[in-house]
Write a protein that binds this ligand. Structure first.
Ligand code: EPU
Length: 432
């Protein structure tokens, strides 16, 4: 298994280009199951994207630009950022356990399969380390739209004689739930209204992409989205939005160690809550319409934070902000409201010298700590990124193990950090 070996304390300088968003690319790729063809640009070379292409291939979607079976072994320098997809054979409708268990987002095939092929068989994703993560809201919405759903032997079996639009009021603004309903609704008969829809920029990116293909959608980016069903979608050429969580991760890196780090290929609005938090901790930044330059904060100040659905502070950035809070002057507190078990990185950070206590959904960070390098283990994607940032600021050597988590969602993070001046290399675990 791969690990990252990091020698901490080296300043970061220069510029880094942010990749296309994982969480925007995945639903857009899954929407290929709605039929027709399109070309998608700025597709990040990530394990989750490769898993998606493999699943789509099993479901009869052809692609040029990347052969998914080979992509799992291919190096990223042979990756094509632009992928053309088109519908081939439409007889398959099953997402098997072996793929769903490696990537929960596979559940995003449910909506488009039901809408286009009227049948879907998808392995029920189990809980994962960060929470139980049920998909009851997705399933209830499909039932309201006219699907018959049963669950047997760990599989969701869904079929319909044709989906029909209706009003769906979500108890919580679920991100992939909103995306799944959106995809189902574009080919459903009549009008669907999603009330209490997720407002995340990735949902808006999917809606804009579908509009570019001729879907009739309004209200995207707000809490009420209206979709008028159409018979078919046109082809288009679309570019995925930037990855706001990757951008946020590099912004924290700059706040820890930057000597003028320019984050390129970003827009301000989707990362406003992250920039606001960094400002509250003492960061100053300069921005152009597509870049942000940030220096290390000389004396970071502790602050309090609550993770929330967009436009609030993203849960996907909570682990990465903790190393900055650990070294800040004064205490900080973090309340995690989105997932019930998203503090697994805290024990590892405490082993590096942080002083963080967890009480239920709240972490209290004492502040004023000096982090020291240690061997630590990543337990999920964003937790790994938090540990890498902790390693960059720690004194001495840190080994972050099980970085296969980080490869799911960060494109060549060690190469990007190395280009900025970090001492980080990918090694085999336990390699001398
Ligand atoms: N929830 C339910 N029932 C449902 C759906 C959600 O109870 O039917 C609960 C969840 O258990 C959770 C909360 O609602 O407590 C929010 O879950 P949501 O459905 O919004 O999350 P998701 O769609 O499964 C996406 C991202 C996550 C990100 C969250 C929150 C993708 C592929 N995944 O997950 O990204 O943390 O939204 O913003 O878009 C990551 O990239 O590392 C990641 C975990």
């Amino acid at each position: 298994m791969d690990a990252f070996r990091i020698v901490g304390g080296h300043p970061l300088r220069g510029s880094v280009r942010i990749s296309g968003s994982k969480n925007a690319a995945l639903p857009i790729l899954f929407s290929s199951l709605l039929g027709g063809s399109f070309t998608l640009g700025r597709v990040p070379c990530l394990r989750d994207v490769k898993t998606t292409l493999l699943l789509l291939e099993q479901l009869g979607i052809k692609n040029s630009g990347c052969h998914p079976a080979k992509a799992s072994e291919e190096r990223e320098d042979r990756w094509s950022e632009s992928i053309a997809l088109h519908e081939g054979d439409t007889s398959a409708f099953e997402a098997p356990y072996d793929l769903v268990r490696t990537m929960r987002a596979s559940v995003l095939c449910l909506g488009p399969l039901l809408a286009r092929r009227r049948r879907a068989r998808v392995s029920l994703p189990g809980g994962c380390l960060i929470g139980a993560r049920p998909i009851d809201m997705h399933l209830k919405a499909f039932e309201r739209m006219g699907a018959r759903i049963t669950i047997h032997h760990g599989y969701i079996d869904a079929e319909t004689d044709g989906l029909e639009g209706c009003e769906i009021s979500l108890p919580y603004p679920t991100v992939t739930g909103t995306e799944n309903i959106l995809m189902a609704a574009v080919l459903a008969k009549g009008t669907t209204t999603i009330v209490n829809a997720a407002e995340e920029p990735e949902v808006t990116d999917l809606a804009r992409f579908l509009v570019a293909r001729g879907a009739k959608i309004s209200g995207e980016g707000s809490s009420t989205i209206r979709i008028e069903g159409v018979d078919r979608l046109d082809s288009t050429d679309y570019t995925v939005m930037f990855d706001r969580i990757e951008a946020g991760t590099f912004l924290v890196g700059a706040a820890l160690l930057g000597q003028g780090v320019r984050i390129e290929g970003v827009e301000h609005a989707p990362i406003a809550s992250i920039l606001d938090l960094l400002s509250a901790m003492g960061a100053e930044h300069e921005s152009t319409p597509s870049s942000i330059t940030l220096e290390a904060i000389r004396r970071p100040r502790g602050t309090s934070l609550r993770t929330l659905p967009y436009p609030g502070f993203p849960t996907d950035m909570q682990a990465q902000i903790l190393p900055l809070m650990a070294i800040a002057e004064g205490p900080s507190s973090v309340v995690e409201t989105v997932f019930e078990n998203r503090f697994t990185h805290v024990m590892e950070m405490n082993r590096m010298g942080a002083n963080i206590e967890i009480h239920g959904s709240q972490a209290t960070v004492r502040g004023g700590s000096r982090l020291e390098g240690a061997a630590v283990m990543a337990s999920d994607l964003r937790a790994s990124a938090g540990l890498v940032l902790a390693g960059l600021i720690a004194e001495g050597e840190t080994e972050v193990r099980r970085v296969y988590h980080i490869d799911r969602g960060y494109e060549a993070i060690e190469k990007k950090l190395e280009a900025l001046g970090a001492r980080i290399k990918r090694v085999q675990e336990d390699q001398p």
